[in-house]
Design a protein around this ligand. Structure first.
Ligand SMILES: O=C(O)CCC(=O)C(=O)O
Ligand SMILES: [Fe+2]
Length: 316
């Protein structure tokens, strides 16, 4: 069990964040995801080379260098093929999304759910805002503000959902798939900022969306480096950001959100699922194909309607 002790749960309440080292299971959670992404990148790079989009397939490069080169040549919008959620805009039947079994299994990691259970109880819904982020060296991204491959400006996750979810008690679980360091752009938080109000969010002058400079509190951001397998839990009002990757490697993380089952997600157009239920275990979603199908259905529906209002700030 990876249940949090009382002191950790209290620290989360008081500070609005909690770092838990060595939470993920290397064999169950990390290695299958890495293997799934290596195969996906191989498939995509081979395909894009055969379609003359890339100068080579770069099969001789390791995963980090190969993805960086692909993004350098194609631009960061190709990363949507590796992302586990949909964008907000221009959704068609062909909008890319990755819905592999290892990604789904990570969202259901028993060790992550044990920790989440310590914070919100045993009826756990996996919220539809979940992302794979692979931050490549800053020189490889033309638009350094892309939330998935580059810098993430200061924000509160609560602004990324509709107001109907303000009381849903959504907790963010940020998981390190490789070592996140200050050099490669680890997560940074303002401790205690969850006790303040939801600040105004919007599009920013240099790109992206977040809290405008004049509204950011003067308190310093604290960098939270965490080794592969570690996790960071955030209150939905904790202000956080991450800076450019100044290293020559990648920073790879997955962030998921969980809330007590039965509350509004604030993203009614995207599907979530029951990740754990003590009362009704038969309602847990355990089949990755069924999960993938919920996203394909949502995509098909969104492709046929006007763009709905997703959230307050167009935050991913
Ligand atoms: O991974 C990052 O750099 C930002 C993550 C984030 O904003 C989140 O997980 O809510
Ligand atoms: Fe966030």
């Amino acid at each position: 069990m990876a249940t949090l002790d009382h002191a950790s749960a209290r620290k989360f309440e008081e500070e609005g964040y909690l770092v838990v080292e060595e939470l993920l299971d290397e064999a169950r959670d990390i290695r299958p995801l890495v293997a799934e992404y290596e195969a996906l990148l191989d498939q995509k790079a081979t395909q894009w080379f055969s379609e003359d989009m890339l100068a080579a397939s770069y099969a001789e490069l390791d995963f980090a260098q190969r993805l960086t080169q692909v993004i350098r040549e194609l631009g960061d919008s190709c990363f949507y093929h590796f992302e586990i959620s949909l964008p907000f805009d221009k959704i068609t039947d062909d909008t890319p999304i990755h819905l592999g079994p290892a990604a789904f299994n990570l969202l259901r990691s028993p060790r992550v759910l044990d920790a989440v259970q310590s914070l919100i109880g045993p009826e756990i819904y996996c919220h539809p805002a979940h992302h794979v982020r692979i931050k490549v060296p800053v020189e490889a991204v033309k638009n350094g503000i892309n939330d998935l491959t580059g810098t993430v400006t200061g924000h509160q996750d609560q602004a990324g959902t509709l107001p109907e979810a303000d009381d849903s008690n959504i907790v963010t679980a940020w998981m390190a798939i490789n070592d996140a360091t200050e050099a490669n752009g680890c997560l940074m938080v303002i401790p205690g900022s969850h006790r303040g109000a939801l600040l105004p969010h919007g599009p920013l002058p240099h790109g992206g969306a977040g809290i405008a400079e004049e509204h950011l509190p003067a308190e310093a951001f604290v960098a939270l480096p965490v080794a592969r397998g570690g996790a960071i839990f955030l209150n939905s009002r904790t202000i956080h950001r991450s800076l450019p990757n100044l290293s020559d490697g990648i920073r790879w993380s997955v962030d998921a959100r969980y809330m007590p089952t039965g509350r509004p997600s604030g993203r009614p157009f995207f599907p979530g699922f029951i990740a754990r239920s003590w009362l009704r275990p038969e309602n847990e979603l355990r089949d990755s194909h069924a999960w993938a199908e919920t996203w394909r259905l949502a995509r098909a529906k969104l492709a046929r309607q006007e763009k709905p209002r997703f959230n307050r700030a167009q935050l991913d």
